[in-house]
Design a protein around this ligand. Structure first.
Ligand SMILES: Cc1ncc(COP(=O)(O)O)c(C=O)c1O
Length: 249
């Protein structure tokens, strides 16, 4: 690649990565970014992403360049994969777009409940404060109670909130549309060293931005608005950049 050639934005073509594009496109609308954030994460030039089914990926043919556990191609960093359980071309492109739209690190899952389960495993709370919402989320907590002893409280019992507990709020609520005051719960959690997670499935970007309101994790059943066509199940977990800096991953 010619390292001297530049695009109209002044980005050298040799360094056209998702990060460079994100910086260059940060001032354009969300819909434009949703279309273009993954433009440079593809080994082909197709506008529609190909569906990749590979489990493993080819390594450098030069044994001297092999690094244990890594498969980085310096000429194509966005297409450097090892094993599809870790990361894979389609989910990585999707996460690249979502990361830009949500403004935090993003992991995608096969369903919304899988994303919620990841929250439970990551935070492993002793007490979970939760109101009305997805029955599957409540069922997951009940299941976790058998494994970890986590106890469920409702949102009117915040006097019992202690360090390490989780307030999980679904807002707007499916199916009543009732909205909760995210800032109120964030403040309560901060006061005692607890965490706040928001199921924002029914208020996707740009309708609300829970990270801006001090939330630790945002989850979505991408099966709903994010997917949009009722033809996939999907879970999305967004982690606040501050928590990423603290080692949450
Ligand atoms: C608000 C909300 N959260 C979570 C879920 C669970 O997501 P999924 O069905 O993708 O596992 C649903 C789906 O019913 C939902 O409506």
């Amino acid at each position: 690649m010619d390292s001297d050639s530049s695009t109209a934005d002044g980005i050298s073509s040799a360094e056209v990565t998702a990060k460079a594009v994100s910086t260059a496109l940060s001032k354009v609308t969300m819909s434009t970014r949703a279309i273009h954030m993954d433009d440079f994460a593809s080994a082909h030039k197709g506008i529609a992403p190909a569906i990749h089914v590979a489990v493993n990926y080819r390594y450098d043919r030069d044994p001297a360049k092999l690094v244990p556990g890594e498969n980085k191609d310096p000429h194509d960093p966005e297409n450097s994969f090892v094993y599809s359980r870790y990361s894979a071309p389609n989910s990585s492109r999707f996460e690249m777009v979502l990361k830009d739209i949500f403004g935090g690190e993003v992991m995608t899952y096969s369903t919304g409940l899988a994303a919620f389960h990841a929250i439970m495993v990551l935070l492993n709370p002793k007490r979970m404060f939760i109101g009305d919402g997805c029955h599957g989320v409540h069922a997951n907590i009940d299941l976790m109670t058998k494994l970890t002893g986590v106890k469920k409280y409702n949102l009117d019992q915040l006097e019992y909130l202690s360090p390490g507990d989780v307030i999980h709020i679904e807002t707007p609520v499916n199916t009543t549309g009732e909205a909760r005051n995210i800032s109120y719960y964030s403040k309560k959690a901060r006061e005692v060293g607890a965490y706040v997670t928001v199921d924002a499935t029914f208020g996707p970007p740009p309708l609300q931005d829970p990270l801006q309101l001090g939330v630790d994790n945002v989850m979505h059943s991408g099966t709903k608005y994010i997917g949009g066509h009722s033809d996939m199940t999907c879970g999305i977990l967004v982690v606040h950049p501050m928590r990423v800096d603290q080692g949450w991953h």
